[in-house]
Design a protein around this ligand. Structure first.
Ligand SMILES: O=C(O)C(=O)C[C@]1(C(=O)O)C=C[C@@H](O)C=C1
Length: 168
């Protein structure tokens, strides 16, 4: 982990978002060359059901949380599609090790789901559709990109992930 972290009230949220985006690399490595499709609607529904139940348990309206997690899933697909096409074009960059999706990668995604939900709860009052929220979003997103030295593909994914945060 970097010594400096993304800044502002959404800094901790952006840090978790980046960690989830980076796990997309491991999802892609697990699936690449196996014929397993990037899209898994059954898994997506399980995540969104958990998000709904946990949001209610935390006392948050579930709709904004579901919207946020749909964006996290879309961001993971941006990463996976981008890496698949990169690895087709540059075979030398293909992953050498194939992580196991079910036992290695998804459990880490599940942990992040809980951490992200706690951070959504902590920032609930700040995540409103107004100019200040938009500024905090850009501040957190930009600093996260820089702190983690993200390439264009991963920056694009983080932007997708952060888009709904002012829609509570
Ligand atoms: O778990 C997977 O298979 C993933 O590709 C990860 C993920 C996600 O972001 O949680 C993304 C796309 C799939 O449709 C389902 C879930």
């Amino acid at each position: 982990a970097p010594a400096i972290a993304p800044v502002g009230p959404f800094g901790p949220l952006a840090e978790l978002v980046v960690r989830r985006v980076l796990l997309g690399d491991f999802v892609a490595a697990a699936k690449y060359g196996t014929g397993q499709p990037i899209d898994d609607p059954v898994r997506e529904q399980k995540i969104l059901d958990t998000v709904t139940a946990e949001s209610v348990r935390l006392g948050m309206p579930p709709e904004p949380s579901v919207r946020f997690f749909r964006a996290q899933i879309e961001a993971s697909k941006v990463v996976q599609r981008g890496l698949f096409s990169r690895w087709e074009r540059h075979p030398g960059q293909r992953p050498v090790r194939k992580p196991d999706l079910a036992t290695e990668v998804r459990p880490r995604l599940d942990e992040l789901t809980m951490e992200l939900l706690r951070e959504l709860h902590a920032t609930l009052q700040l995540r409103r559709p107004n100019v200040v929220c938009g500024i905090w979003r850009v501040e957190a997103e930009t600093s996260a990109d820089i702190v983690h030295r993200l390439d264009k593909l991963h920056r694009r994914a983080v932007a997708v992930s952060m888009r709904p945060i002012c829609q509570s």
